[in-house]
Every structure is written in C-alpha cells, then in structure tokens.
Ligand binder design. Structure first.
Ligand SMILES: Nc1ncnc2c1ncn2[C@@H]1O[C@H](COP(=O)(O)OP(=O)(O)OP(=O)(O)O)[C@@H](O)[C@H]1O
Ligand SMILES: [Mg+2]
Length: 271
C-alpha cells in the first residue's frame, strides 16, 4: 500500500510544505528494477483534507485554484508535473472515502501508485483512522520546546504501529539558534533512526509562495528544497522496500495454488 500520511500533532510546522514536496520528489524517483519505486508521471497523487491550506501555492498554482475531489469528472482534474491534486474536506464523515482510496489502488499492497495525504494538525481523528492504512506516516515536528513537550504523547499514541512506520522530520529548523540546535540534537537522541531528516528554515519558501512560483523555479538552490528532496528519497526507499515485501508475500500466498497438482502438469503426471 502506498499511502503516505503527512500529519503532525502541532500546526504550522511545515506539514503542507513537506507533503507537497514529498509528492514532487516521489514523482521524480525512478525504480532501477522498474517496479520498486513510485515512478513516472501519474503514479503519484497529492491530497489535502483542508480547503484552507497552501497546497495549490506550493505547486505553483494561484491561491484561488480549487482542487477537485477524487470522484470528480476527469475534466475537473488538476494535474501539475504529472501529480494529480485532490481536496477531500469531508474525508472524516464520508463513509466511502476509504473504499474510494482502495478502488483507486492506493491501499493495495502491491500497487505502485502513491498517494501523499496531508491531514492538518486539527484533524487528529482522521489522521488516526488513516494511520491504519498508511505505508508510512511522516510526522514533522519543530525544534521547539512545545513540540518536544508533545513527543511523549506522540510516541505513546503511535504505539507499536508508529514505532515501525512513523518517520519524523524536523521542520523549519533554524540552525543559527542555539535552542533549536539543542532541541534538534535531543530529538535525534530520542528518535534515533526514526528521525529521517530535517528541513531548514528558509526564507525562499514563503517568498516563492508570495511570487506564485514553484520553489524549484524561484530558488533552485534553496536549502529547504534540498532537504525536502533528501527526505523524499528516503521515503521513496521505504515505499520501495514495503512494495517489494508486499509483492514477495503475495507471491508466497499464491505459491500453493500454482504449485498444486492441477497447476503443474508434470507433477500430476509424476503422481
Ligand atoms: N522550511 C521552511 N522555511 C520557512 N518557512 C516555511 C518552511 N516550511 C513552511 N514554511 C512556512 O510556514 C508556514 C506554515 O507551513 P505549512 O502550511 O506547511 O504548515 P502546516 O504544518 O501544514 O500547518 P497546518 O497544520 O496549519 O496546516 C507557511 O507560511 C509556510 O510558507
Ligand atoms: Mg497544513
């Protein structure tokens, strides 16, 4: 299953920025064996469950751009650099939401389709529901005392599933600040491998939004952009590993049928 959930307990930490750049980064990855990674245009989609976040702006679209729901007609689709964009503000109340994700192949273990879904901090219930179906939950935190104070709650709530599948990112990190550096170092110590990267605080991010341009066009040398690309590479590797494991277990599950006497004429003759 290639559902990447981007959600933090705390608002304003850069979750929407991260979700948009994960989708862009993942859409550019190419699997060397042709199946392992999300690849090529159309394989990656980005969904927000908020009508008031900055998703369109991060993709270089005007702020007035409305994003369609997944069930909308093809004419209403919004495609940027091969990434389909969706907005599902009623996801929590909509009983058909998960079945629709499944029909679209986003919950299928062996599918190479990837959906990055950005759930705002306030929509905790929806995030918890989606966690059960996500391949990876990317959780941005800020190197600030308030995020640090939330860490025990986060780790507690994540439980065993989260211990295996939640990847943390330090967002909007200002390395010129001693406190931020120390908090980041502490988070690294507590989270270990589960901390997969940082995104530096970079003025080019709001500037690109204000200029209605993609960050990669406005500031190709942006520190935040380089950090986000590294994180997308890491998430791509996680997805590739999960996909290979899912394909292997599907093959294993199918093996008794194909190796049964009826499926192996030679074997049945021998019998
Ligand atoms: N790396 C960065 N450097 C500087 N500013 C950033 C960076 N990432 C995001 N921002 C800015 O911080 C603000 C909040 O970012 P964003 O909308 O991604 O946060 P969020 O976690 O999704 O918030 P919410 O929970 O409210 O949806 C935005 O104005 C965005 O431009
Ligand atoms: Mg957001």
């Amino acid at each position: 299953m290639a559902l990447v959930l981007c959600h933090s307990l705390k608002g304003g930490v850069g979750a929407t920025f991260l979700a948009a750049h994960l989708a862009m980064g993942l859409s550019q990855l190419e699997g060397s064996d042709g199946v392992a990674s999300p690849r090529g245009s159309g394989d990656v989609a980005l969904m927000t469950t908020s009508t008031s976040d900055l998703t369109p702006l991060h993709l270089g679209l005007p702020p007035a751009q409305r994003l369609p729901s997944m069930g909308s007609l093809a004419e209403a689709s919004v495609l940027v650099n091969g990434i389909n964009l969706y907005c599902e503000p009623n996801a929590l109340a909509d009983a058909d939401f998960l079945p629709r994700l499944e029909d679209a192949g986003y919950l299928s273990a062996a599918s190479n389709r990837t959906l990055v879904i950005d759930v705002p901090a306030g929509e905790r219930m929806l995030a918890r529901r989606l966690m059960a179906h996500a391949t990876v939950h990317v959780c941005p935190l800020m190197a600030s005392p308030d995020c640090l104070a939330l860490l025990p709650q986060l780790l507690d709530e994540a439980g065993d599933w989260g211990a295996a599948r939640t990847a943390y990112v330090i967002g909007k990190l200002d390395e010129t600040r001693k406190l931020a550096r120390h908090v980041a170092a502490f988070a690294r110590e507590v989270l270990g491998d589960r901390l997969i990267g940082k995104i530096r605080n970079d003025q080019a991010v709001p500037e690109a939004l204000a200029m209605l341009q993609l960050l990669s066009r406005y500031a190709p040398a942006s520190a935040a952009l380089a950090d986000a690309r590294l994180i997308a590479d890491t998430v791509g590797m996680i997805l590739a590993e999960e996909r290979q494991a899912a394909l292997a277990s599907e093959e294993q599950a199918a093996a008794p049928i194909s190796s049964g006497p009826a499926a192996r004429p030679g074997a049945s003759r021998a019998a």
